[in-house]
Design a protein around this ligand. Structure first.
Ligand SMILES: *Cc1c(COP(=O)(O)O)cnc(C)c1O
Length: 411
């Protein structure tokens, strides 16, 4: 009999969203009338249709595949040049950030990239993760055997957790001790927090001092509304020496179902071998993609490219304005309900303190029962998420308005 990867057995069984789903299902079965008014502000999935520009580009690309003259088979393993250069030019060089076309690697999304990137990193790395956190960073490290067993509160031995609390505005300072690999995500899911240039510079300094590597998730970059908040880690001097950036078309172009994202891995980022050689990770990442992948489908890459056209940009801006309009409604309503709210200004998430010292799952049940609104309990994102819940602004305007009305009735 073959052996299995026992690291999978360390994973916490009650993963957040299945547990949310189970409680909602049970509630709906027991309360069919309430079930009809149910509004979901839970899972971070977009709700609005794709930008027209992307739809037209994908249709056109499918047609190309249907004709001899314009047929495409396998594409380049790192992504088509047309998309890599559109990204490097528009997202980076036009903003005075130096990134070469061949430092962009097209993928089927950031979630996948979080797992893939561990392929090229050693198992001996000491890992630091924010708490609360996007669960994918944690679980991919567990699966790769980078942690010990889990504790009662859901945390894992062997990981350094960086507490994100109201006291530090949900932006942790670098730790005193040494780590090799740090994950940061700004604008943040779930807290909606952003990091200033100074805060990010402190992290880059730490990572450089410790000869470490920073994995920077900028999936929500397009939601930044305040001036002078960095959109990319590479806006910070020296980040090109020590950071990998993850980006996605899921939250700006609404590509959660289309699947396309990318990593930026500068050729200047080095990592070491056990015997002290220092080598560019770029070489390994290139090799990883050419060996394990044939990239993302041609129509999808044409769709992503279209998000950078004049029309595409306008449509993306409209999508974001829509969700951020919801965020404002929800944030104001939460405040009117007398709850303390964070986020919702540079991110489509509002991070709310539970009322009267309820646990986040108690608050989840209360919102479900009294308002028939599904939120996400903060404890599902880590121990520090206890006492908070997340409201997502990914919804129709009508739903956001209705949730705002119901929130004001919360007594
Ligand atoms: C939604 C999200 C992503 C994007 O995931 P995809 O796999 O590209 O859809 C990445 N990071 C965070 C924190 C997210 O919330």
């Amino acid at each position: 009999m073959a052996y299995l990867n026992e690291n999978y057995l360390k994973l916490q069984s009650g993963y957040l969203f299945p547990e949310v789903g189970r409680r909602v299902r049970e509630f709906c079965e027991a309360n069919p009338k309430a079930a009809k008014r149910l509004i979901r502000c839970g899972i971070g999935d977009v709700t609005e249709p794709l930008p027209r520009a992307a739809v037209e580009a994908m249709k056109g690309a499918v047609d190309e595949l249907g004709h001899h003259e314009t047929f495409h088979g396998y594409g380049p393993e790192h992504g088509y040049e047309f998309l890599r250069s559109a990204i490097a030019q528009n997202d980076y060089r036009d903003r005075n950030v130096e990134v070469a076309d061949d430092e962009i690697f097209i993928s089927d999304g950031s979630k996948c990239d979080c797992g893939y990137v561990l392929d090229i990193l050693g198992d001996q790395n000491k890992v630091a993760l924010p708490d609360p956190v996007y669960p994918v960073y944690v679980d991919t490290n567990v699966m790769a055997g980078h942690t010990g067993p889990s504790r009662k509160d859901g945390s894992y031995e062997g990981i350094l957790y960086l507490a994100c609390t109201a006291e530090n505005n949900f932006v942790p300072d670098p730790p005193r001790e040494h780590v090799d690999l740090v994950y940061l995500c700004f604008p943040n899911n779930p807290t909606g927090a952003v990091a200033s240039r100074v805060q990010l510079s402190r992290w880059v300094d730490y990572v450089r001092e410790h000869d470490a590597l920073l994995l920077f998730d900028a999936a929500y970059e397009a939601y930044i509304s305040e001036a002078d908040i960095p959109h990319s880690i590479f806006e910070v001097p020296d980040a090109r020496e020590c950071a990998i950036e993850l980006r996605s078309f899921s939250k700006n172009g609404g590509f959660t179902g289309v699947r396309c994202g990318f990593t930026v891995l500068p050729k200047s980022v080095l990592a070491r071998t056990e015997n002290g050689r220092r080598l560019p990770l770029h070489l390994l990442w290139q090799r990883r993609w050419s060996t394990k992948s044939n990239s993302v489908s041609y129509p999808v890459q044409r769709g992503a490219e279209a998000l950078y056209s004049q029309e595409g940009r306008k449509q993306v801006r409209a999508l974001i304005a829509h969700y951020m309009g919801n965020a404002k409604l929800l944030r104001d309503a939460v405040a009117d309900a007398g709850l303390e709210a964070f986020g919702g200004v540079n991110a489509p998430y509002i991070w709310v303190k539970t009322s009267e010292g309820l646990t986040s799952w108690q608050m989840f049940d209360r919102m479900l029962r009294e308002l028939n609104v599904v939120i996400t309990p903060g404890a599902g994102f880590g121990a520090q998420g206890e006492g908070y819940f997340r409201i997502s602004a990914f919804n129709s305007r009508a739903n956001a308005e209705e949730v705002a009305r119901r929130l004001r009735d919360l007594q």
